[in-house]
Write a protein that binds this ligand. Structure first.
Ligand code: PAD
Ligand code: ZN
Ligand code: ZN
Length: 375
């Protein structure tokens, strides 16, 4: 029985910006009040983790344990944890839901103020961390830190899921799947018969396609500079795919021509300013909506002629697909168990946690969609 004791276990630590993952023995402290200690079973590799390694996310502190897309089992609780008990299957929530703040109380937003998204400082509410390694304090990542055998999160940043849920690809509901799927359903509110364009066909963009398809979109145009992504995009519902490299003119112009004036919904799932502008410019001048899902580098700015919006276009964005996390994740897990969508379609590789650097190599080379690390 490990409850009440410090746990020594294996974790993948990033010691400094751009360094590879280092498999280390770490100490995981006991959870304090309102905190939950979780045994991680499976955790996916998302491009946001890579952004963090490269210092492209604001205020990530090193050394750090990254990872935010996971499924696990509660090992023990701190005091005053109300809705979760040891043995529960859970998904950690990088966007928590405190239930008390002005955003949690407003149906229009899922960005709990406790998420501290702009200044994710890598510590728990009391200002300390629960991880140490070689005598050093190791920082947490976006309320989760899942590239480890054990982690500690706040109760508002974890939700109980069905006790029969798989302890494998269910991890994708913790980020990639839900982010893309919700961007189509909640943020864009794709309507039946509409035309959609998805820029970037990684885990996020492909999950957007799954959402567009379920919403009944008539045309779903996948855009990627890597044509290896086109087969899976079509399998998931893309009606056509465009490689911008195949044309001499800007991809937005190609889409305007092929759609007779622009798409109803454009989604940016890359994280580059150029693709954000391309998405905006490929949306219909009167009623097109563009959703930014990709995370851009800190301090980057976007410039466009305001007339682009004056005619009626909408530009918006969302984090975690607009889902109120604690409320929605258990339902998404149930929907997955009921085969409403197939998470396995997004999984290309499985590796043990020890091989995490191989998993990131696969991401960099464009060979993987999602790699699941089995912890
Ligand atoms: P990924 O690297 O698996 O996929 C990105 C895709 O974009 C790849 O297939 C690339 O080939 C493609 N691509 C690159 N350049 C271009 C280009 N110029 N034109 C078209 N396609 C291009 O990443 P992912 O799917 O894991 O994540 C995508 C982005 O979404 C990334 O910026 C990530 O940080 C962000 C994200 N946002 C949220 C959120 O809540 N908003 C959550 C998770 C991830
Ligand atoms: Zn993610
Ligand atoms: Zn809140």
């Amino acid at each position: 029985d490990t409850a009440g004791k410090v746990i020594k276990c294996k974790a993948a630590v990033i010691w400094e910006k751009s360094a590879p993952f280092s498999i280390e023995e770490i100490e995981v402290a006991t959870p304090k009040a309102h905190e939950v200690r979780i045994k991680i079973i499976a955790t996916g590799i998302c491009r946001s983790d890579d952004h963090a390694v490269e210092g492209k996310l604001s205020n990530v502190k090193f050394p750090i344990i990254l990872g935010h897309e996971a499924v696990g089992i509660v090992e023990s609780n701190g005091e005053n944890v109300k809705h979760i008990k040891p043995g529960d299957r859970v998904i950690p929530l990088f966007v928590p839901q405190c239930g008390q703040c002005m955003c949690c109380k407003d149906s229009r937003s899922n960005i709990c103020i406790a998420a501290k998204l702009k200044k994710s400082v890598g510590v728990m509410s009391d200002g300390t961390t629960r991880f140490t390694c070689r005598g050093k304090q190791i920082y947490h990542f976006v309320n989760t830190s899942t590239f480890t055998e054990y982690t500690v999160v706040e109760e508002m940043a974890v939700t109980k899921i069905d006790s029969g849920a798989s302890l494998d690809n269910t991890c994708l509901i913790g980020c990639g799947f839900s982010t893309g799927y919700g961007s189509a359903l909640n943020t864009a509110k794709v309507h039946p018969g509409s035309t959609c364009a998805i820029f970037g066909l990684g885990g996020i963009g492909l999950a957007v396609i799954m959402g567009c398809k379920i919403a009944g979109a008539g045309r779903i145009i996948g855009v990627d500079v890597n044509p290896d992504k086109f087969n899976i995009a079509k399998e998931l519902g893309a009606t056509e795919c465009i490689n911008p490299k195949d044309y001499d003119k800007p991809v937005a112009q190609v889409i305007l021509e092929q759609t007779g004036g622009g798409v109803d919904y454009a989604f940016e799932c890359v994280g580059h300013i150029e693709t954000m502008l391309a998405a905006l410019n490929s949306s219909h001048f009167a009623y097109g909506t563009t959703v930014i899902v990709g995370v851009s580098a800190p301090e980057s700015t976007i410039t466009f002629d305001p007339m682009i919006l004056l005619s009626g276009r909408t530009l918006k964005g969302s984090v975690f697909g607009g889902w109120k996390s604690k409320d929605s994740v258990p339902q998404l897990v149930s929907d997955s168990m009921a085969k409403k969508f197939d998470l396995e379609k997004l999984v290309t590789h499985r590796l043990p946690l020890d091989k995490i650097n191989e998993g990131f190599d696969l991401l960099h080379s464009g060979k993987s969609i999602r790699t699941i690390l089995l912890v």
